[in-house]
Design a protein around this ligand. Structure first.
Ligand code: ZN
Length: 256
């Protein structure tokens, strides 16, 4: 079935830091078009070098987004969870394919309540799926708790949850069978910490010590908060399909 492809590929893509805080003055400008600095291309270059590339990338990205929404049980589940929590996603309004700095694949703009999928770096369906799922966890956190992404603890907490629920769950499952359960648990926690720290430090001017202190403050609480999935998704398991089928048991999927 169609969702198999997502399960296989979601952890296979290259590692990208995620940029979340789009208007942080201390942050790097990952999303030039957000500030109205449209990347200008002269007609000369377009005619000579065929730089209609932006449009081709945008169309491909939007097609991938629509395919994920139509085919992936995980994305469908997250959409339902957002709807039930009162934050229904209108794809046209809340998801935007844009060119970004090459080091990121996606971002969440809490001011606009918009997910940015980076059309120039998230070029495969799996990469778009990973970026969408990750940013939807941030959107869910913002919707549920009005998270203040300017607060390092809040930002880190949401990154821990996104890494825990999406990225590292697939990764840890890949070594299943070759490692003891205790080792898997330890590696999973280390994966979450590493990924969350990288995400936060990519957009914040923090020292290693400051980031580590924030991690010590929030890790246990945020790592154990598995909403809205209710469990860590395992690759090659039926978890994703099961979660989607059982969404009513978790209180999601009832919204009119
Ligand atoms: Zn993130």
């Amino acid at each position: 079935m169609a969702s198999e492809e997502f399960k296989e590929n979601s952890s296979a893509g290259p590692e990208f830091a995620q940029a979340e805080k789009l208007s942080d003055p201390e942050g790097i400008d990952f999303f030039p078009e957000r500030r109205g600095d449209k990347i200008t291309r002269s007609w000369f270059r377009i005619l000579l070098f065929g730089e209609g590339q932006d449009n081709i990338e945008k169309v491909r990205c939007e097609r991938n987004v629509h395919n994920c929404v139509a085919e992936s049980p995980l994305i469908k589940f997250l959409l339902d969870a957002l709807k039930t929590t009162g934050c229904e996603i209108d794809l046209n309004r809340h998801v935007s394919c844009e060119p970004c700095s090459k080091v990121v694949t996606g971002g969440y703009d809490s001011e606009m309540n918009q997910i940015v999928v980076c059309q120039n770096s998230a070029t495969s369906k799996a990469a778009v799926h990973g970026a969408l799922a990750h940013e939807m966890v941030h959107m869910f956190d913002f919707c549920r708790a009005k998270v203040d992404f300017k607060n390092v603890d809040h930002l880190l907490c949401s990154e821990i949850r996104a890494a825990n629920l999406i990225h590292c769950s697939f990764l840890s499952a890949m070594i299943m069978g070759t490692a003891s359960l205790i080792r898997i648990k330890k590696q999973h926690q280390e994966c979450v910490k590493r990924k969350a720290l990288a995400s936060v430090m990519a957009v914040r001017d923090l020292t290693e010590t400051e980031a580590q202190e924030a991690m010590d403050r929030v890790f246990t609480k945020c790592y154990n908060d598995l909403e809205p999935l209710g469990r860590r998704v395992r690759r090659n398991s039926k978890d994703i399909d099961k979660i989607y089928r059982e969404r009513y048991l978790y209180g999601y999927g009832f919204a009119p």
